[in-house]
Design a protein around this ligand. Structure first.
Ligand code: NAD
Length: 477
């Protein structure tokens, strides 16, 4: 992929007002391509194009919407190898994981291709004689979709697909670091036959293009995924401008390992949840809360296995952990390792690594002997770094797990059904995993968090309807 990649507005690529290179974090000499950066004026053109397309698309038949989403899913799946390589190059996920994410995007489109055809309304008698009550779902309108860099094709897919399925038009604003997958996805939707203006792409700065979407009175709703700081500011402005808003934000996800856990399972679940995808998952296990009886054996095994993980170029088939996404994130990771050390943690791993290509390679880090109040246990780090907290018993482990402002995903490793039931009930998180990594979810069920992690209704699966459609109650006499 080389040359300039333009924004899509009203079914056409529009001239660039600015361009930026997309650099491969595994190899800083590799430029994935030049990508246009829109200004606020172009964002407003995209909003106008979506508005103009809305009357037609909102009245399209369920079959038209189903066909478009199904074709898009087929095209994504057919091009999984090429798109997987693009994703690995621009974001740094190892090729197998990157290809898996592309396949996930195809599955999401296939799932939502069925949604327009599934019944969504209700008809019921009124409490008044001779009156019927109908409850129907209508499209919301024009929706701004603002996405982060860490799942550069799956997150745009899980926002665009339901937006279109329920008859909305949309404008995608992807993260600055990963415009390539977003561009390829929107190009596929045009090729699949999306009518002009139904899907628009405005790559560019969050503070310029994202801001224009949030402020515009012609945008009816914003679906945002990203950091807590940005999400909370967007949600507050959406409330002021009367927009529907959904924000999926950060996490500080606990994995609790209880005395009766199967050690093989617990270590493999922790290794995957904490370090795979370079720890750059909102659902990553960043706090490993381990009860007294198993603590030392667990730490010993995890330390040994972590140090064998192969860190390297995302396209190298032997790589298990790719690079950190950019210099700023790498510095943040190193800073938190230093903070953990200064706070009294024993630091295992965590060195910057050299490789045959110049990139942002970081050895995974385990911070042992940490206390719940330390900064490394309260702030989202978003890197291949996990801290271990020792807990006296189940009660203390549960209390520590819940004692943070976030509540996205949480896990427990135990062989006891009774303990699993208790933790499933009492962990304050949107998603609970029993003997499974805190990261790794299905596409046909709700995704989202509690407390400081989320604002608004759940994403994905049938629950996506709650955000992407509006309920109308009609009384017929
Ligand atoms: P970020 O908040 O920096 O950026 C997210 C998006 O918001 C980007 O497209 C950015 O350009 C845009 N943006 C920035 N400033 C804006 C503004 N003023 N107005 C409008 N838009 C603006 O997040 P990031 O660094 O791209 O992603 C990492 C974060 O995302 C982590 O905190 C992670 O936990 C979170 N995340 C959450 C989930 C989830 O579902 N809960 C999933 C993936 C990532």
């Amino acid at each position: 992929m080389t040359g300039i990649h333009f924004n899509w507005v009203g079914g056409c690529e529009i001239p660039a007002v600015d361009v930026a290179p997309n650099i491969n974090p595994s190899d800083l000499a590799d430029c994935v391509g030049e990508f246009a950066r829109a200004d606020a004026g172009q964002a407003h053109e995209a909003i106008a194009a979506a508005r103009a397309a809305f009357p037609g698309w909102s009245r399209s038949t369920p079959q038209q919407r189903a066909d478009l989403l199904d074709r898009a899913g087929t095209l994504i799946h057919e091009r999984r190898a090429q798109l997987g390589e693009l994703l690995a190059r621009e974001e740094g996920k190892p090729l197998n994981e990157a290809t898996g994410e592309v396949i996930r995007a195809a599955q999401i489109f296939k799932f939502f291709a069925g949604e327009p055809l599934r019944p969504g309304g209700e008809l019921m008698p009124s409490v008044r004689p001779g009156v019927d009550v109908e409850i129907s779902h209508e499209p919301v309108g024009v929706i701004g979709l603002i996405t982060p860099w860490n799942f550069p094709i799956a997150i745009p897919a899980w926002k665009i697909a339901p937006a279109l399925a329920f008859g909305n038009c949309c404008i995608l604003k992807p993260a600055d670091l990963t415009p390539g997958c977003a561009h390829a996805l929107v190009a596929i939707l045009q090729e699949a036959g999306a009518p002009a203006g139904v899907v628009n792409l405005v790559m560019g700065r969050g503070s310029v293009v994202g801001d224009a979407l949030v402020e515009s009175p012609d945008v009816d709703a914003i679906s945002f995924t990203g950091s807590v700081q940005t999400g909370r500011a967007i949600a507050a402005r959406c409330m002021q401008t009367g927009k529907r808003v959904q924000c999926e934000m950060g996490g500080k996800n606990p994995l609790v390992v209880l005395d009766d856990a199967d050690l093989d399972t617990a270590v493999s679940v922790a290794l995957n949840g904490a370090f795979f995808s370079t720890g750059q998952r909102c659902t990553a296990s960043s706090r490993l809360i381990v009860t007294e009886g198993v603590h030392d054996a667990f730490v010993d095994r995890l330390r040994r296995e972590m140090l064998t993980l192969r860190v390297g170029h995302a396209l190298d088939p032997d790589t298990q952990i790719g690079p950190v996404v950019d210099e700023r994130q790498l510095q943040q990771d190193l800073d938190y390792i230093a903070i953990g050390h200064a706070e009294g943690a024993e630091v295992i791993g965590g060195s910057r690594l050299d490789a045959p290509t110049a990139g942002f390679f970081l050895q995974p880090a385990l911070l042992v002997g940490t206390a719940p109040g330390m900064r490394v246990n309260r702030e989202e780090i978003f890197g291949p770094i996990a801290s271990v907290i020792r807990a006296a018993d189940d009660d203390e482990a549960l209390a520590i797990a819940n004692d943070v402002e976030f509540g996205l995903s949480a896990g427990v490793c135990t062989t006891s059904l009774a303990r699993a039931r208790r933790f499933k009930r009492d962990l304050e998180a949107g998603m609970v995993m029993v003997n499974l990594p805190t990261a790794g979810v299905d596409y046909h069920v709700p995704f989202g968090g509690r407390k400081g992690s989320s604002i608004g209704p759940r994403e994905q699966g049938g629950y996506a309807r709650q955000f992407y459609s509006i309920v109308k109650t009609s009384y017929v006499g």
